[in-house]
Ligand binder design. Structure first.
Ligand code: GDP
Ligand code: IMO
Ligand code: MG
Length: 446
């Protein structure tokens, strides 16, 4: 039995969907623990592409229970659209469970998110416009609507009459927008409630019960470490905690129940939305990464900003999440390049820094210090073991593992399940903490 957290080690879109789907084969339960429909996780199976926003990427395994945890925020309209998408593909959602304490995204959250972004002007964050920030803000302010409220028609009507009235003041007075009709919102959400009711459970109790029955649980993160509200590039972050620690809070499990943490990182870096990005490439190489990697947002369709791999943020992700190992994705996207750069440190005011600075103004001034490695200039998407890889590609992976002092357990070379090299069992292989304790050469395992 092993309980495993899968997190994004960069700015999101690392390929968590593919890796979660892959590892779900041996999971009994998959739990999404934070975020909402801002996430877009792509799973490609048998040539069929499935884009998931809220439903855990384990849904393709009929025996696996999939839980949308307490720490998430749920837009019922889009969740129902996702359920319809699954039904159209004849994928069962019978095993989908929804936490009764998750918060609900309301129409005023979406409107306020979009209006606030416009008002921010040059200070805009580049949000997905899906109402995520305002939903979490209401949760913290204690004016949120929870799944529990949705399940109680009388209580919901009473609560929404007050809340919509309150939000209308903000919509009208602050943003010059027309008010919402509380009765319309109530009617609409009562319909959603009945569609979702059969899936609603006490999520923490379900998970505890599964742990006691020695089931394998996989905790699926959305977004990435650098988008974490507390540990990311604030204010250019999302409003939840994608880091591994967030899994305990968001799913309602104690830290002693977690066996392993797996980080997913691309072989290069991407970012959607605003905010500093030291290794960003504004040249033809950046364009070619975007084109070859099909780097367009799953949720908003926005072009993702592309750049070289940044080992400073990689090391930071190892530290903040306590990573046991890494899954490196999209190695194939680098196939045609004659040389490849890796950021090994930052330079600011003539000094070199190895550690990610928590001061945002300093981070914005950091310039990358690169080490250049030779490319391999041949396809790798057919490789199924390390010995199939060109020597330069193997050297590249070794270099990354050594820089970040963490073993690489999985290498992904294409979107489909079989385009993967399992270097070592990411769930049952040795823990990094043990390697560290034994002073074994870290990162030498690729
Ligand atoms: P997530 O948000 O972390 O789940 O990542 P996304 O699904 O938003 O973006 C990753 C994209 O890369 C998706 O379109 C995947 O199908 C695709 N992908 C995943 N792994 C690989 C890989 O190794 N190579 C290539 N070329 N594409 C991949
Ligand atoms: P997955 O799970 C990449 C980014 C947005 C914006 C910032 C805040 O697919 O990796 P929000 O709407 O959350 O308030 O936007 O966070 N962002 C993502 N970037 N992948 C995601 O999810 C993201 N979810 C949010 O672009 O910069
Ligand atoms: Mg994504």
């Amino acid at each position: 039995m092993a309980n495993v957290i899968v997190i994004g080690a960069q700015w999101g879109d690392e390929g968590k969907g593919k890796i979660t789907d892959l590892l779900s084969k041996s999971a009994d339960v998959v739990v999404r623990y934070q975020g909402g429909v801002n996430a877009g996780h792509t799973v490609v199976v048998d040539g069929q592409t499935l884009k998931l926003h809220l439903i855990p990427s384990g849904i393709l395994y009929p025996q696996t229970e999939c839980i949308i945890g307490s720490g998430t925020v749920i837009d019922p309209e889009l969740l129902i659209a996702e359920l319809d998408q699954l039904a159209a593909l004849e994928i069962s959602s019978q095993n989908l469970l929804i936490s009764e304490t998750a918060h609900i995204t309301m129409p005023y959250h979406r409107l306020i998110d979009q209006a606030a972004e416009e008002r921010r002007g040059e200070h805009k964050i580049g949000t997905t416009g899906r109402g995520i920030g305002p939903t979490y803000a209401d949760k913290s302010e204690r004016t949120g609507i929870r799944v529990l409220d949705l399940m109680d028609p009388e209580g919901l009507s009473k609560k929404l009459r007050w809340t919509v009235g309150y939000k209308n003041v903000i919509l009208e007075k602050l943003y010059n927008l027309p008010p919402l009709d509380p009765e319309e919102v109530i009617d609409q959400y009562l319909v959603y409630a009945e569609r979702l009711r059969p899936h609603v459970v006490d999520c923490s109790l379900k998970i505890y019960d599964a742990i006691q029955r020695r089931r394998n649980i996989l905790f699926e993160g959305a977004q990435g470490t650098l988008l974490d509200l507390d540990h990311g590039t604030y204010p250019y972050v999302t409003s939840s905690n994608p880091v591994a620690g967030g899994a305990c809070v968001g799913a309602g499990v104690g830290p002693t129940m977690i066996d392993r943490v797996i980080g997913v990182a691309k072989a290069y870096t991407t970012r959607v939305g605003e905010g500093p990005f030291p290794t960003e490439l504004g040249d033809v190489i950046g364009e070619s990464l975007c084109d070859r990697g099909a780097e367009f947002g799953t949720t908003t369709g926005r072009r993702r900003r592309c750049g070289w791999f940044d080992a400073v943020i990689g090391r930071y992700a190892v530290r903040i999440n306590g990573l046991d190992c890494l899954a490196i994705t999209k190695l194939d996207v680098l196939d045609q390049l004659p040389e490849i750069k890796v950021c090994v440190a930052y330079e600011m005011d003539g000094k070199h820094y190895q550690d990610f600075p928590s001061n945002a103004r300093h981070f914005a001034r950091c310039r990358p210090v690169y080490k250049t490695l030779p490319g391999w200039q041949q396809p790798t998407d057919h490789c199924r073991s390390l010995k199939d890889l060109p020597p330069q590609a193997l050297e590249y992976l070794k270099f990354l593992a050594e820089l970040m002092e963490v073993p690489i357990a999985i290498v992904s070379l294409g979107a489909s399940r079989d385009q993967t090299i399992i270097v070592e069992d990411p769930i049952h292989g040795p823990k990094r903490a043990l390697l560290y304790a034994n002073s074994a050469p870290l990162g030498s395992r690729v």
